[in-house]
Design a protein around this ligand. Structure first.
Ligand code: GLC
Ligand code: CA
Length: 563
């Protein structure tokens, strides 16, 4: 890879840090994180060395799905603050050189949005066509699967209009009708409103679902879960709409866009992110998250299958090597804590393992999307009782499993590993009550390990996960090879070690990551021809590195960068 041939962009070189505002910092003691809380922590964020902040939805919402059900796109959720707080936050971030990316949730809104309040009254209402309806005189609507409906049925009957409205997600999240040009114009207008305030981009929630199939053809019975998701992402007008959005809005600003792309795979991603098509900049996929996880997040033996993981990540790199641009992530608000999911949260491993995973995220080709709290090595809370969960998805799936007479014990065990709430517990700032997150009662329990795992303690400890993450950001910034260099996988069949090189012009960096709890010895001859005796160690998550004649031994979860 030659630097001279690369189209450099700030959103390719930056590291994204995701903030889930509800759980970041509460400033007024109501137990809910808020914008003032984030403002109070701006220096912490800046000191991480990250570049771009992605904020989960902060718009007005009845919070049926924690803000992904928006009742007013141009206002701030009362629990989080008001527009003045938002403007102060944006200014505070910009003063520190941080870009701000907002969530754009326009596949659906809240049923409390005025559009739906109007629409549901009569078929003649001017807003009726802002949504998708199936008139009851045509009989039962063709089957559509819903993520969060208590019966998994995406159609819901509405008495006043004698019709069913479509909701791929919760009952309170009716899908917007992109087929209607008036609706599209409203959305574009709203996007301009935020760009004019100065935001730097959008992460687009389930944007691949916005185009529905004409006339709602029957899908075969096999279309459940992932099959249905893939079908939803193949709406016939998706690319027409995104291209229009680009022309009407995006191309007028220096901003970045990233699709949350359920149903995107290596064979169709370029339709979204090939720059020549003028749609979006980036996409993030779920192919790795699905390894070892089935419907309703039931876990199987492949859960930490490293060979499969390497294959998926390498295939994605290949798909985007010449056109488009990749994204790299483990955790976000929809997935478990990375250290629990991909390595080990056992007390003897958690710290080293989380540093190893951070190393992976920041040394792959593609923009890293790093989830808040992972820099502290936070781990899953693993609730024992269904009553502890707040997430509509977990609760509905539990109830469905119960009604079907399914295996509830298996469900609870799997959700200790996979439930979304594991990532939504509050950040641990210090070892005071509730980890310093709130002076009141937190909206969801704080992981009791905050006493050991917290930012204040890690600030004092030069060897901490927090300091390591800061260093890692500097190493990435100082080495464009880690941003733009070609990626070459070594030892694809190795079940414990993930090894690869990154090469830009004459520079090669070797990355060795032990994803296992064993010591592993590798033959240097298998490692891409690097001269280990002369190599410089750029970074090591341990103090030692065991190199002997011809061999290198990695300690459990060791991560090393060499050039
Ligand atoms: C996306 C969000 C998720 C939300 C869903 C419905 O997947 O990341 O949190 O529940 O869309 O909006
Ligand atoms: Ca609050």
């Amino acid at each position: 890879m030659k630097l001279a041939s690369i189209q450099r962009e700030w959103w390719k070189e930056g590291v994204v840090y995701q903030i889930y505002p509800r759980s970041f910092q509460d400033s007024n003691g109501d137990g809910v994180g808020d914008l003032r809380g984030i403002i109070n922590r701006l220096d912490y964020i800046k000191d991480l060395g990250v570049d771009i902040i992605w904020l989960n939805p902060i718009y007005s919402s009845p919070n049926d799905d924690n803000g992904y059900d928006i009742s007013d796109y141009r206002n701030i959720m009362a629990e989080f603050g008001d527009m003045a707080d938002f403007e102060a936050l944006l200014a505070g971030m910009h003063e520190r050189g941080l870009k701000v990316v907002m969530d754009l949730v326009v596949n659906h809104c809240s049923d409390e949005h005025v559009w739906f309040q109007e629409a549901k009254q009569s078929r003649d209402n001017p807003y009726y066509d802002y949504f998708h309806w199936w008139p009851a005189e045509k009989g039962t609507p063709p089957r559509r699967w819903s993520y969060f409906d208590p019966e998994a049925n995406a159609w819901r009957y509405n008495e006043a209009t004698n019709s069913y409205y479509l909701h791929y997600f919760a009952i309170k999240q009716p899908d917007l009708n992109w087929e209607n040009p008036k609706l599209r114009a409203e959305i574009y207008d709203m996007m301009h409103f935020w760009f004019k305030k100065g935001i730097d981009g959008f992460r687009m929630d389930v944007i691949t679902f916005i185009s529905k199939h004409d006339g709602y053809p029957e899908f075969e019975e096999k279309y459940q879960g992932q099959k249905m998701i893939d079908a939803y992402a193949q709406g016939p007008r998706l690319h027409e709409y995104l291209h229009e959005m680009n022309r009407e809005v995006l191309q007028h600003y220096d901003i970045m866009t990233v699709a949350e792309g359920p149903g995107t795979h290596t064979d169709n991603v370029l339709n979204l992110v090939d720059a020549d098509r003028q749609e979006l900049n980036m996409n993030y996929h779920f192919d790795h998250q699905g390894i070892g996880v089935g419907d309703r997040f039931i876990v199987n033996d492949d859960f930490q299958n490293l060979v499969k993981f390497k294959q998926v990540m390498s295939d994605w790199d290949t798909a985007l090597a010449d056109k488009g641009w990749n994204t790299i992530y483990f955790g976000n608000h929809d997935f478990p804590r990375m250290v629990t999911r991909w390595a080990s949260d056992a007390p003897e491993h958690r710290r080293i393992a989380s540093k190893m995973l951070s190393t992976y995220l920041l040394t792959m080709r593609g923009t890293p999307y790093y989830y808040m709290g992972d820099e502290l090595g936070m781990s899953n809370i693993k609730f024992d009782n269904i009553e502890d969960y707040k997430d509509i998805m977990t609760i509905n799936w539990y109830n469905l499993t119960k009604e079907e007479g399914g295996d509830l014990e298996q469900f609870m065990e799997s959700h200790k590993l996979c439930a979304r709430d594991n990532a939504r517990t509050p950040i641990h700032w210090d070892d005071s009550a509730h980890g310093g997150f709130t002076s009141g009662t937190p909206w969801i329990q704080v992981n009791p390990n905050y006493v050991e795992v917290n930012a204040a303690a890690q600030e004092q400890d030069p060897d901490s996960e927090l300091h390591y993450f800061r260093t890692l950001n500097q190493v990435r910034k100082n080495n464009l090879t880690l941003v733009y260099g070609a990626y070459d996988l070594l030892l694809p069949e190795h079940t414990q070690v993930y090894a690869y090189t990154r090469t830009l012009d004459e520079d090669t960096i070797l990355v060795l990551l032990n994803f296992s709890s064993d010591s592993v010895t590798l033959n240097i001859a298998d490692l891409g021809g690097m001269n280990m005796q002369q190599a410089q160690v750029l970074l090591n998550n341990l103090t030692e590195l065991n190199i002997t004649e011809g061999q290198i031994t990695l300690a459990p979860y060791q991560a090393v960068l060499m050039r």
